[in-house]
Design a protein around this ligand. Structure first.
Ligand code: ZN
Length: 148
């Protein structure tokens, strides 16, 4: 390599290093923006699901456990129709595949007061997803279910 070539090579190398650093930075920024947009979409999924539960929409797709956590709604409010016991299940602590729909959680839950006092395993109703720090039970009650 001639002296001129060597200088040219060093310049190109330096340019590539600078552009590499910028690309890494831009990619990180874009990923952060995408994550924020995704989290917002998940939050809206959770709010839509809550509203669907409230109006008795039975066919709606529920968010996944992962979506509920990423959307900032990691608490699943459940209520036993028999004893009216209400509880908040922290989905981040649940040992379930993260891709599983939140609605399927019902199959894994039962009311502990009913279990204690009646010795029966009653499945609680799902009331909705709640954000952390706001574990307020939904004020209005759900539509009464048909007796089973
Ligand atoms: Zn109960």
């Amino acid at each position: 390599m001639s002296g001129g070539d060597r200088k040219h090579y060093a310049r190109e190398l330096h340019k590539a290093e600078v552009s590499f650093a910028h690309l890494l930075e831009d990619a990180a920024t874009a990923h952060a923006a995408a994550d924020a947009a995704r989290a917002k979409a998940y939050a809206l999924d959770c709010l839509a699901w809550n509203t669907g539960l409230f109006i008795g929409e039975v066919d709606q797709q529920s968010p996944t456990i992962k979506a509920a956590i990423a959307g900032g709604f990691p608490l699943l409010e459940v209520r036993c129709d028999h004893c009216k016991h209400t509880e908040f299940v922290d989905l981040s602590l649940v040992v379930q595949p993260r891709e599983r729909q939140v609605s399927l959680m019902r199959n894994y839950l039962y009311c502990s007061p009913c279990q204690r006092t009646l010795g029966k395993k009653r499945r609680p109703d799902l009331i909705g997803l709640r954000p952390v720090g706001d574990p307020q039970p939904a004020a209005p009650s759900r539509r009464p279910k048909k007796a089973s």
